[in-house]
Ligand binder design. Structure first.
Ligand SMILES: [Zn+2]
Length: 424
């Protein structure tokens, strides 16, 4: 295949990815707008017309932003590739960074930074206009800027050594360099997962131990009953940035801890919080976390193998605007093209994830009661203004979680679920 044909294939996939995404979003947009004024039958008792209208307006506003941001990002990327812009950046850096590895790392850093700069207006608009209009945003410009700077510092501290390590492996470990690089980077990744709750998350949020009292007691009782080991229960100041609420487990092995957003603690009853935690424990107990890690290992293994196959394929480099082969160009091309070339796999990953969600819901219903789980889901949905009426194709393609109606219906097969609203 010649360079021009490679470029055409890439453009075709990127265009298909964009057009298909816009089409599904358009279907979803029409569905949400049509249903904005009538609460679906199943939710008449639990969601008020005002809440429903607000949720619809919020979904529509997010989709309108997507209608602008995704074509802009795709078209800018394609234009830059076709114009040979990335090759120019690499050549320009080569003019003053003379060490090969450093130049490669500088190139990857520079294109990463450029991508963030281009998406900056959308990110600012999303946080300070859209989220604010719907009453979710609580971030100040100062917090936002501090986050951006810390993110940048972290990507230098972590990304630079990783890139240098990868380049070194590419040179020094012979024909099976990609296997060695895969093993080394997977180990580094594992280290980051273990260190994350202790070293990285505290840079962005405050984590305070959940005060002693009935909730802490009941969480420990639940964990004991389900034979789930953890190193602590923490409340995170999520309200510093947004009123959206959540709960999660983080860390591996001994560093594993429960994190509750302060917004969740404020919005939910103890029974509901226990049900949410039981759902998360369900993911652990059913080995979903382990399976997720194995899947990402497999994907990264395939990624490295593909890198090794493409490395000496000469026409690949000019296709993306580079004068010739280089390590940084190879890594960059894989990062750029892997999304568009695999976009059609999205529904498989979504379906896989939804199956895990059903299983975790069932686990929680058995451990904490279907009623508590159902009422927690209703409240999460209401507080986060989630869309009750997605288009079925859209949710099939993108949704990592089943829709609220699907989840409540599945819970109903375990036992009684609430239809009436309870509490605030
Ligand atoms: Zn889940």
């Amino acid at each position: 295949m010649e360079a021009a044909s490679i470029l055409r294939v890439y453009i075709a996939f990127a265009a298909a990815d964009l057009v298909w995404g816009l089409f599904l979003t358009f279907l979803n947009y029409r569905n949400v707008r049509r249903n904005a004024d009538s609460v679906p039958e199943a939710f008449r008792e639990s969601v008020t017309p005002e809440e429903h209208r607000k949720a619809a307006a919020y979904s529509l506003a997010r989709m309108r932003l997507g209608f602008v941001s995704s074509p802009v990002m795709t078209l800018l990327t394609l234009a830059a590739v076709v114009a040979g812009f990335f090759g120019l950046v690499d050549a320009w850096l080569g003019g003053f960074v003379h060490r090969e590895y450093l130049r490669g790392a500088a190139f990857l850093g520079a294109v990463g930074l450029l991508a963030s700069l281009v998406s900056l207006p959308f990110s600012l608009y999303s946080t300070f206009v859209l989220e604010k209009r719907f009453g979710f945003n609580t971030t100040t410009l100062k917090t936002w800027a501090a986050d951006a700077l810390k993110g940048l510092a972290l990507s230098i501290v972590i990304g630079l050594p990783l890139a240098l390590l990868l380049f070194l492996f590419m040179d020094a470990t012979g024909r099976l360099w990609w296997l060695w690089a895969f093993a080394a980077l997977s180990l580094v990744n594992l280290g980051i997962s273990i260190a994350y709750p202790l070293l990285i998350a505290p840079l962005f949020n405050k984590f305070s131990p959940l005060p002693e009292g009935s909730l802490a007691e009941r969480i420990r009782e639940l964990a004991g009953r389900l034979d789930f080991r953890m190193s602590g229960i923490f409340v995170m100041d999520g309200s510093k940035r947004s009123r959206h609420s959540n709960a999660y487990f983080t860390g591996l092995g001994r560093t594993k801890r429960v994190v509750l957003f302060d917004t969740l603690v404020a919005q939910m009853s103890e029974e509901e919080i226990l049900a949410v935690l039981a759902h998360e424990i369900g993911h652990e107990k059913k080995r979903h976390v382990l399976k997720g890690m194995l899947l990402s290992l497999v994907l990264s293994f395939v990624g490295f193998w593909i890198l090794s196959l493409l490395r000496y394929w000469a026409p690949l480099y000019p296709a993306f605007g580079f004068a010739g082969a280089s390590k940084e160009a190879l890594v960059f091309i894989l990062m750029l093209a892997s999304g568009p070339l695999t976009f059609f796999l999205a529904p498989a990953f979504s379906a896989w994830s939804r199956r895990h969600e059903y299983a975790a819901d069932r686990f929680a219903a058995e451990a904490a009661g279907p009623e508590a789980m159902g009422s927690a889901l209703l409240k999460l949905n209401r507080e986060n203004a989630s869309n009750l009426t997605p288009h079925p194709w859209y949710s099939f393609w993108y949704y990592s979680h089943p829709t609220l109606s699907e989840r409540l219906a599945a819970l109903a097969s375990v036992g009684e679920v609430p239809v009436r609203r309870r509490g605030g």
